[in-house]
Design a protein around this ligand. Structure first.
Ligand SMILES: Cc1ncc(COP(=O)(O)O)c(C=O)c1O
Length: 356
């Protein structure tokens, strides 16, 4: 894989306060860039993180052909940085690309781009346990043309950002509310793709939920407003007895890599995992029956996020817990243990990158 590399002649790392990292605010010295035109991807480049410039007729701005990924790299030791399930993120990126009529990227290009970037910017991967280097691959239509059609040009970037532990102040269970007015996705739409527009459309309902004192919206299905789907940037799990229940991947839910990891570990631990439709009424009933012991979200940012409270249609349930439940905590410790190379990676989820 031929990548043209131009190193930055001045590192900005000394300007970064690693004790006060804000998610997604600081960016490491280099970025990966690849341009698609004349029907193919052109030479890949790694160059200093810099501004990009486009005309106001940039098609991505007008017609929304834009997709992204979100993944993390973890400090294992001075020579090794661990990428977590990068080939799964690559597959999902290509699934999103197909849905949005955008060109796919070869796995070898994606992986060597990540590896070379990490070799240059490994000192940006925070060493403290819980901290990580967040990785954001993004692709958008870059033809400058006001026509509602598929673009003939695209830009693909990978930028990285050091981030602090999500739970620096302990696990705070989140409170969720359903919405009777807004939906995130409908079958046949773009909900299972990581398309930028899915997020833009969710901001108004999320803002209204926050104004009413809730952390995020618990999305219900768009047809019957009855079945649970997912949360802002997390898939959702319900623990009922020895059963773990999560909504199925039936076209509206983003297929989370953390979700997939939770299911694999729970299966390994002998849990009965059900990927099936679960109605909000069933969740409330099982809480009433004393059968619902834990609710948690799963996603790259927080890994596992305990849910303490759900509000729906004038009614609410609370799990009366100030912190994370024992099952969710075990899951959190196991996944992060594997990510930081402290626990055996029997499933081959870790892609170690030798940076020296
Ligand atoms: C809508 C949505 N659902 C679920 C997830 C969780 O996916 P993952 O575990 O791959 O981060 C994310 C985050 O990427 C998301 O944006």
């Amino acid at each position: 894989m031929n990548i043209k590399i131009t190193k930055s002649d001045h590192s900005r790392i000394s300007e970064i306060d690693f004790n006060n990292l804000q998610f997604g605010r600081d960016f490491s010295d280099h970025m990966f860039e690849m341009v698609y035109k004349n029907g193919k991807w052109q030479t890949a480049e790694i160059k200093p993180y810099s501004q990009i410039s486009f005309g106001p007729s940039l098609m991505a701005l007008h017609y929304g052909q834009a997709i992204f990924e979100g993944m993390k790299a973890y400090y294992a030791d001075d020579d090794t940085i661990n990428l977590f399930r990068p080939t799964d993120h690559h597959k999902r990126l290509n699934n999103s690309a197909r849905r949005m009529c955008m060109p796919e990227i070869e796995e070898s290009v994606f992986l060597s781009g990540l590896e070379e970037l990490l070799k240059l910017d490994y000192s940006w991967v925070p060493k403290e346990h819980g901290h990580a280097l967040y990785i954001r691959p993004v692709m958008f239509a870059s033809e400058e043309y006001l026509a509602a059609k598929v673009s003939s040009e695209y830009h693909f970037y990978i930028i990285t950002s050091p981030v602090a532990a999500y739970y620096s102040e302990g696990f705070n269970p989140v409170s969720l509310t359903t919405s009777s007015k807004y939906v995130r996705a409908v079958k046949g739409g773009t909900g299972e793709a990581k398309a930028a527009g899915n997020y833009g459309g969710s901001f108004l309902p999320a803002k209204k939920a926050q104004e009413s004192g809730f952390t995020q919206v618990l999305w219900l299905d768009a047809i019957e407003n009855k079945y649970v789907e997912e949360v802002g940037t997390m898939n959702i799990f319900f623990k009922m007895g020895n059963k773990l229940i999560t909504p199925p991947l039936a076209g509206t839910v983003l297929p989370g890599i953390t979700r997939k990891s939770v299911i694999a570990l729970a299966n390994e631990w002998g849990m009965d995992v059900e990927e099936r439709k679960i109605s909000i009424d069933e969740v409330f009933l099982s809480h009433k029956d004393g059968n619902l012991s834990e609710i948690f979200g799963a996603g790259t940012a927080a890994v596992i996020s305990p849910v303490g409270h759900i509000h729906h249609d004038g009614d609410s349930i609370s799990l009366d817990r100030e912190k994370i439940g024992p099952f969710a905590e075990k899951m959190f410790n196991s996944i992060t243990g594997i990510q930081y190379g402290k626990m055996n990676d029997s499933k081959g989820w870790i892609h170690p990158v030798k940076v020296k």
